[in-house]
Write a protein that binds this ligand. Structure first.
Ligand code: F6P
Length: 380
């Protein structure tokens, strides 16, 4: 065993379930196996910009009860890009050098960064510029990071969205309604397609497949023709209007965020079919709460593997889940290969085979001539 190391760990970008499980594994492996020191850096790179840096020495005692805890004990941020950091006087400044100086000032030998594509691109840039030995652990409920089949947080988010669909079935059937569930996914439809298949949705709308409102409405009418009195639609928040505009909401502090495509679809479905619709926007419920067993497992395996990479002096790499194994890949390739839902892939094929409408014409049902053009308000 080499000389005693001191490593840093931070979480960056949006939080998700399973981050604490990864922190726990890193601390356990680094201290328990290698007898290293582990410093937790608070609120991602923002902790390194404080005077003195906001850090916490992590001990084995800190790992108690961490496996199932939601969020991140280190805090995180998806704002304050260090290359254009908002300063108190209203200007923006590149704070890269300050972050690098703080890192080296702490006497760190390596850094474990847990993040999605945006955070890992930023961390890698800083690491390259500052001679920082960086190892990455992938996390994002969106599951759109390249070179890994799974990222921490995705499975928990799919579980929550699936449970929401299960619940919506009963109320939809009771009231003869079309229920629309809007799920997260800033750019990709992974949560929507996985939860949609698992939760028995009738229609799944994802940004990777162009849709038409008419096709969606036809499929809902075809269900009615077969005797179904309700329908379940799941849509990813990143889906645009039929003519291609992003749907966003401007909130306090002038923040513009995705949101509203569920209501957009609901209004059009009601107008075209006469069906009564209701919309549920699942939002941050998908990120909060206890991690699923699979996320705990992946996070634990990733945490152990990340520490081992440092021990082997194999840095600038990201741990990755491939074919039931943890392997490692260059961080550069993970952030370069964005992973959208494959329109030709197994999930899309499965959905089509199960008669799920994906909004395009691929398996658009023929509507029997006996079905009225419009639904009454109550679909009975
Ligand atoms: O990238 C993860 C994610 O949860 C997206 O699915 C979502 O669009 C976004 O973050 C929400 O970010 P915020 O927490 O800033 O609202």
């Amino acid at each position: 065993m080499g000389e005693k190391k001191r490593i840093g760990i931070l979480t960056s970008g949006g939080d998700c379930a399973g981050l604490n499980a990864a922190i726990r594994a890193v601390v356990y492996r680094a201290i328990g196996t290698y007898d290293w020191d582990v410093l937790g850096i608070m609120r991602s790179t923002q902790g390194l910009l404080q005077q003195p840096p906001e850090v916490k020495q992590l001990t084995l005692a800190d790992t108690d009860c961490l496996l199932s805890r939601g969020g991140t004990i280190l805090g995180t941020t998806n704002k304050g890009n260090p290359f254009a950091f908002p300063m108190p006087d209203g200007s923006v400044a590149d704070r890269t050098e300050a972050i690098i100086a703080a890192y080296h000032g702490l006497g760190l030998d390596a850094l474990i960064g847990i993040g999605g594509d945006g955070s890992l691109a930023i961390l890698r840039h800083i690491a390259q510029q500052g001679g920082i030995k960086l190892v990455a652990i992938p996390k994002t409920i969106d599951n759109d990071l390249g070179s890994t089949e799974r990222s921490i947080g995705f499975d928990s988010a799919v579980n929550i969205a699936t449970e929401a669909l299960d619940r919506l079935h009963f109320t939809a059937a009771s009231h003869s309604r079309v229920m629309i569930l809007e799920v997260m996914g800033r750019d990709a439809g992974h949560i929507a397609i996985c939860a949609g298949i698992s939760g028995g949705a009738d229609v799944i709308v994802i940004p990777e497949i162009n849709y038409s409102i008419d096709t969606i409405c036809n499929s809902i009418q075809a269900l009615k023709a077969k005797g179904r009195n309700f329908a379940i639609v799941v849509v990813a928040e990143a889906v645009c209007t039929e003519s291609g505009e992003k749907i966003t909401q401007t909130h306090a502090l002038s923040q513009c965020r995705l949101g509203g495509v569920g209501q957009y679809l609901a209004d059009h479905i009601s107008a075209k079919t006469g069906a009564e619709t209701r919309v549920t926007v699942l939002g941050h419920v998908q990120r909060g709460g206890m991690p699923s067993p699979l996320d705990r497992l992946i996070a634990t395996a990733f945490g152990v593997a990340a520490v081992d990479l440092i021990a082997e002096d194999r840095c600038d790499r990201m741990v990755s889940w491939q074919h039931r194994q943890v392997v490692s890949v260059p961080i550069e390739s993970a952030i370069a290969h964005y992973q959208a839902v494959d329109p030709q892939g197994t999930l899309v094929k499965t959905a089509r085979a199960m008669g799920i409408c994906l909004g395009d014409e691929a398996n658009s049902p023929a509507i029997p001539s006996t079905v009225p053009d419009q639904f009454n308000v109550a679909m009975v």
